[in-house]
Design a protein around this ligand. Structure first.
Ligand code: 6PG
Length: 244
C-alpha cells in the first residue's frame, strides 16, 4: 500500500507522530494485550522521544526493541539505547523487563546478533512481527544500519555476514559507511513486516533519497525498498526533506 505522507514543520510532525503512535499502541494492546515496538537512533530519536515520553500509553504492555545499535557500550555517547534511556525510557519509567536492547558492547558482534535474534523471536515470533517500527533515513537512503548494497538489504538470503544465518532477523554489520563501522541491525525483511512503519527524515540532505523512494524513481535504496514492501507506512518529512 502507498505510504501516507506528511510534510510539515517539526513541531507539527511531532504531534502527528504522537497521535499515530498512541493510536497504534492502544489498538494493538486492546487486541493482543501487548505491543512490540522498535526504536531508531539519530535525529528521529532526538526529535520524537521527548514527546513519546509524555504519552498516556501503558509502558508495562509495550515491548521495546531497537531497529539498530552501534557497537559500543550502552553508556557510550554513540549508543542508541543510551540516547533512548535519557529521552524516553527513564522519563517514561519503562519497566526494565520490557527493554530488549542489542548488546553492542560484546566483542563478538555475531554472538550479539544471535542473542538479539533469540530475544526478538521469543517475544515477536518467527519470523518476527513488530507492531510499530520507527525509522530514520540517511542521505544515501539507508535505514537502520542497512546501507545500499550491504548486508541486510533486499532479500536477506543473498548477503549476510560471517557467523549469522541467512534468515537471521538481526545481523552484524562490519563496514557501515556511517561511523561507527561496526553495528547491529534488524534486516529489511523484519522492518517491512512491521504492522506500521513510521519513516521520518529532516533536512535538505535527505530530500533526494526521499523523493526517489516516494515516487520509486530510485528503487536501489533501502528506504525505497522498505516503502515498497511495507503493507502500512507513514512518512513524516520536514519542509526541507519534503522539497520537490
Ligand atoms: C543509527 C540510525 C540510522 C539513522 C540514520 C539517520 O543508529 O545511526 O538508526 O539509521 O536513523 O543514519 O540519522 P540522522 O537522522 O541522525 O541523520
Amino acid at each position: 500500500m502507498k505510504p501516507r505522507v506528511f510534510v510539515d514543520d517539526l513541531s507539527q510532525l511531532r504531534l502527528t507522530f504522537a497521535k499515530e503512535f498512541e493510536t497504534q499502541a492502544m489498538e494493538v494492546i486492546a487486541r493482543r494485550e501487548k505491543c512490540i515496538i522498535a526504536l531508531p537512533g539519530g535525529s528521529v530519536a532526538s526529535a520524537f522521544f521527548p514527546i513519546l515520553a509524555t504519552l498516556a500509553v501503558d509502558w508495562t504492555r509495550i515491548e521495546v526493541f531497537w531497529i539498530d545499535e552501534r557497537a559500543v557500550p550502552p553508556d557510550h555517547p554513540d549508543s542508541n539505547v543510551g540516547l533512548a534511556s535519557r529521552l524516553l525510557l527513564v522519563p517514561a519509567r519503562v519497566p526494565p523487563a520490557r527493554i530488549h536492547r542489542m548488546h553492542g558492547e560484546l566483542p563478538d558482534l555475531d554472538q550479539a546478533a544471535r542473542r538479539a535474534t533469540d530475544e526478538l523471536k521469543t517475544i515477536a515470533g518467527d519470523p518476527p512481527h513488530v507492531d510499530l517500527a520507527i525509522v530514520g533515513v540517511g542521505d544515501d537512503g539507508h535505514v537502520a544500519s542497512i546501507f545500499p548494497s550491504r548486508p541486510g538489504a533486499s532479500t536477506d538470503s543473498s548477503a549476510n555476514t560471517r557467523g549469522t544465518k541467512a534468515d537471521q532477523p538481526v545481523i552484524a554489520v562490519y563496514d557501515a559507511p556511517k561511523p561507527p563501522a561496526r553495528r547491529l541491525t534488524l534486516t529489511l525483511s523484519v522492518l517491512a513486516n512491521a504492522g506500521l512503519v513510521i519513516v521520518a527524515a529532516f533536512g535538505a540532505s535527505k530530500a533526494q533519497a526521499m523523493r526517489g523512494a516516494l515516487d520509486q524513481s530510485d528503487t536501489a535504496t533501502p528506504v525505497a525498498e522498505l516503502l515498497r514492501r511495507a503493507p502500512s507506512s507513514l512518512v513524516l518529512l520536514d519542509r526541507a526533506a519534503g522539497l520537490s
